[in-house]
Design a protein around this ligand. Structure first.
Ligand code: SF4
Ligand code: SF4
Length: 389
């Protein structure tokens, strides 16, 4: 049977091996990726304003694999400048109240961008324009997008390959959620606590922003309790595609998921934004079975259980199958990041300690994602541990 993409051209994902973050191997991998996609000139014309959108979740050292590595950013910026594009590098960290300049400096992104000739744009500082939800989302009808994202002629999306507590996996589609700046992100979590609803809202953001080119930095990705509290793990790859859905289908498969498990990928395919069936994706540069690491540890996430447990049984057991956040008081520095960013304001500072009132918790795991001190623990109930989620 012919797929939708056979009617036009088959989606293509390019995979290049890259053994380290030294300049030379990264430049060589980026060069080959772009060459295999027909050259960057296909996407960038002289004078174009080109927004390069990394994953700059927080001000974490590049060694921790939380953020897109600076060397990859430098390499792409240099390529854009060579094409005559005006390069911008921008994002908004997860903490709505973060000093964005400090965060991007700590992640090495600011220096990497500027040294290669790009201007750094801090999304929080440029206001937003509201776009209508392309899917007719009734929960979030108007989507706030940072103005530099809409002002750019071309967007190059450079994601990091990681596991994720809420969405299972984060790659190309999820990376564009950074286009929603600051406290606006909390609104998405609050209005869409269900992971599938949340994923569909992210796909709205992706559909509005629609990068022309998507790259995933998977030289080192993150396994375990991503997107910030997991462990770096080497995959030794950089990948690219014009089709972010196909790129995520491949990226998630390489770290042990089925593409159909990832809600953002599924929703992207259903909306006709790309291909999620591996058999209908042309993979160039490496065979998937040669580079796949199926034993990656995944984040604690109940949505995997919902997939195979019949709904009535799941509802019956829901009270005992839980993953709840709690604060490790020994590690907590009382920085107030989780208190200020909890979408439902259920984390409080009282009697000189930070505490979570689980009664109102919507399990978005933003507190876990944003705590730089690894002081938010995810506690599995005995039944959750028993069934090894
Ligand atoms: S748990 Fe983490 S984010 Fe929350 S106040 Fe403590 S150190 Fe800050
Ligand atoms: S306590 Fe943490 S997981 Fe619960 S709603 Fe607040 S930020 Fe989300």
């Amino acid at each position: 049977m012919r797929s939708r993409n056979d009617l036009v051209t088959k989606s293509k994902v390019i995979i290049e091996r890259c053994d380290s973050y030294s300049d030379q191997p990264v430049d060589a991998a980026i060069h080959k990726l772009l060459e295999n996609l027909g050259g960057l000139e296909q996407f960038v014309k002289p004078g174009d304003k080109v927004l390069i959108k990394p994953n700059a979740l927080m001000g974490a050292s590049p060694k921790l694999a939380v953020t897109t590595h600076p060397t990859v950013i430098t390499s792409v910026v240099k390529a854009v400048v060579r094409c005559g594009g005006i390069a911008w590098v921008g994002d908004s960290p997860g903490n709505a109240y973060a000093n964005v300049e400090k965060s991007l400096t700590e992640a090495g992104i600011k220096q990497a961008a500027e040294s290669a000739g790009a201007k750094v744009v801090y999304f929080q500082k440029h206001g937003v324009t509201y776009a209508r939800s392309p899917s007719g989302n009734k929960k979030i009808k108007r989507i706030p997008i940072a103005n530099p994202v809409l002002d750019a002629n071309v967007i190059i999306n450079i994601a990091k390959l990681k596991t994720h507590g809420l969405t299972l996996y984060t790659g190309a589609i999820k990376n564009m959620f950074g286009s929603v700046p600051g406290f606006h992100k909390s609104h998405f979590h609050k209005e869409c606590p269900d992971p599938a609803d949340f994923a569909r809202s992210i796909v709205d953001v992706f559909e509005i922003t629609r990068p022309k080119l998507n790259i995933i930095d998977a030289v080192y990705g993150m396994e375990g309790n991503g997107p910030s509290d997991g462990a770096p793990r080497k995959l030794g790859l950089i990948m690219a595609s014009t089709d972010a859905v196909a790129l995520d289908a491949v990226g998630s498969y390489l770290i042990g998921f089925k593409p159909s498990q990832i809600e953002t990928t599924k929703a992207g395919y259903k909306r006709g934004l790309g291909e999620d069936r591996l058999e209908d994706i042309e993979v160039v540069g490496a065979r998937l079975d040669e580079v796949r690491q199926a034993d990656w540890k995944h984040a604690a996430n109940l949505s995997r259980l919902i997939e195979w447990l019949p709904e009535p049984l799941y509802k019956l057991a829901a009270g005992w199958i839980t993953v709840n956040p709690s604060i490790d008081q020994g590690k907590c520095t009382q920085c107030m990041v989780c208190v200020n960013n909890c979408p439902v304001k259920t984390i409080h500072y009282k009697d000189k300690v930070v505490k979570i009132n689980l009664k109102d918790c919507i399990h978005c795991f933003c507190c876990h994602e944003l705590c730089e001190y690894k002081a938010v623990k995810l506690n599995k109930s005995w039944l959750t541990r028993l069934i090894r989620i």
